[in-house]
Design a protein around this ligand. Sequence first.
Ligand code: HEM
Length: 415
Amino acid sequence: IKNNIPQDKGLDHTLQVLKEGYHFIMNRSEKFDSRIFETRLLGEKVICLIGKEHAGLFYDNEKFIRKGAAPGRIQKTLFGLGGVQGLDGREHHHRKAMFMSLMTEDKLKEITTMTQVEWMNEFSGLYQKDVNVYEAAKRVLTRVALRWTGMPSEEDDLEKWVNELSNLFENTAKIGPKHWKARSSRTKAEDFLIEVVKKVRDQRLNVEKDRAVYQFSWHCDSQGDLLDPHTVAVELLNLLRPIVAISVYVDFMLLAIHDFPEETIELKNGNDDELKYFIQEVRRYYPFFPFTTARVKRDFIWNDYRFKKGRLTLLDLYGTNHDPAIWSSPDQFYPSRFESWQGSPFDFIPQGGGEFDIGHRCAGEWITIDILKATLDYFINRIKYDFPVQDFDYSMNQIPSLPKSRIVISNVRNI
Ligand code: HEM
């Protein structure tokens, strides 16, 4: 037995993660010529994995668990405590089913229509003006998220919702005042949602039965008990927050329209497959979630490597999407590559890999694709606009990364 996972020498590499950002794991994987290596981050030994085969290992529920895997500061901002991300086994499967039961064909069609309508509403007052696409997307998607989940809200509250929900994902990786801003937004949003849940249960608030607010409020755990209102609030935020976070992909999509105009020609006939390939390539090419985390469930040996119970393990999502063993010319933006993609659950993993129901793959992946398709069609086939001079650059060590100008378009007009 080799026993020896290649070791990244040194006391701690947290600073290098901050510096190298999305390339941290790829850089070391190349240096060690290995898809697995061990490093030290925040004073703890960490195994890093990259690539299709290693993603398959990472999503083996017999070998890895999520309990205690996410860093505390991420839980207190991005995820919330007690949510589906940190559950394992039967409890996870049961809770995940609560999410997946919302992802029916009808509900996906509905969110597509809502997205189309909200983009039209958003732009109706903005023709001929300069528009910051990122800010517009956050408003549009906040409206979509509130309507689709059945959240009671007034148009007057919109700006507040946009701010609280954005704080949760924009400041996730920040330290100092921005971290505290995210924590304060989480507390405020959770408190508000706890009241909503209580009102639904006391029938002081009427919500449609097929909406998430109703479904989650009345969901029972695997023991047959209602979830405590705080957990319901955390899970409702696990829908609202990431729907708004799709704004990050919307912004990168606009950057792709600007940077690769030749790739948009095919989109003008509104062909569904072409729209999808473009979206997939946006999700593959641009940085968003750098990696996901788990812990070794029990001691085991795999490919002659020894894994120790409890060891924190990172799977590189960005790196796997740029792995030259999977993608030819990975640093080229080339949507047609998806014509021949075989649909493996482990080689294209911007929103996690493996299975939806018994694994931690993102519950909202279909929604994300459908919202982006409707948005792309709108920006290609419904409106015309110009790109004024601006800073199109984006960082490779900010999480989330965004084009520096947030993409501004001018002289917006109907087609
Ligand atoms: C999990 C990314 C949108 C709901 C995840 C994971 C990633 C991810 C990387 C973790 C996968 C893992 O640990 O194995 C993204 C990105 C999105 C997005 C980049 C684009 C904005 C959404 C949307 C929803 C959603 C729109 C809901 C409507 C969830 C939930 C989980 C999750 C509930 C936890 C699943 C579990 O632990 O079983 N997402 N996501 N996400 N996502 Fe998303």
